[in-house]
Design a protein around this ligand. Sequence first.
Ligand SMILES: [Zn+2]
Length: 254
Amino acid sequence: MKQNGTLWNTPAKVLEETGFETREVLANMKEVDGIGTLTIDEIGDEHIATSYDTPLRPDAFDLSDEAKMDIIEGHFREIMLALGLDLADDSLRGTPRRVAKMYVQEIFNGLNPKNLPKVALFDNKYKYNEMLVEKNITFYSNCEHHFVPIIGKAHVAYISNGKVIGLSKINRIVQYFAKRPQVQERLTVQIASYLKQVLQTEDVAVIIDAAHMCVSSRGIQDQTSTTVTSHFSGAFRSEAKKTELLHYIGKLEA
Ligand SMILES: [Zn+2]
């Protein structure tokens, strides 16, 4: 699949050089990969992200969650009606509201910064300065091009610069960024970027291995492929640290 090939490698390098300037990264992506020449359908079908930030409108959070659910409920009812479904049926009657609640309160609640996990930093009492790896973090996300599930595992590692965070926070950070319409590469970078910010270190690595339902249940209908994306920065750019990490998460033999 294209998303774990050359498309990813170049921007990762650019990222490091530009210090996360999305505009510059994007400019480079366009130049290298010709995104600017693709049609809207091609961008979606190839699962190409256009930026590292989730594209949000400036007024994204002007409406209350309740108001958003009302709007989505109405529109989802229209979708069901257009498909020819009988909403008088007891089984279908509550579906528009259920979908609206699920979107706003569950599977897309990572869009709203108010849900960003609060992270407390602790002193690293044990002076443990080796890498800490939190592996096999299961997450459920949704492809922003088809709104169908992406199911995968994230492996996250960091080397403390004197501060540590609670282990469950790493899980929560992964879940927060997963609960958005996503592209796997963006999810990888968003998790890494936030961890660098809270841990105040560049020594962070994120590897994600995920199955995309839009690849398995429709389109090419490949049931077995998964997509791997990675972001290594700071000390993790050295071959030794990379190898050590891959060994811990059991990916070396691959
Ligand atoms: Zn998709």
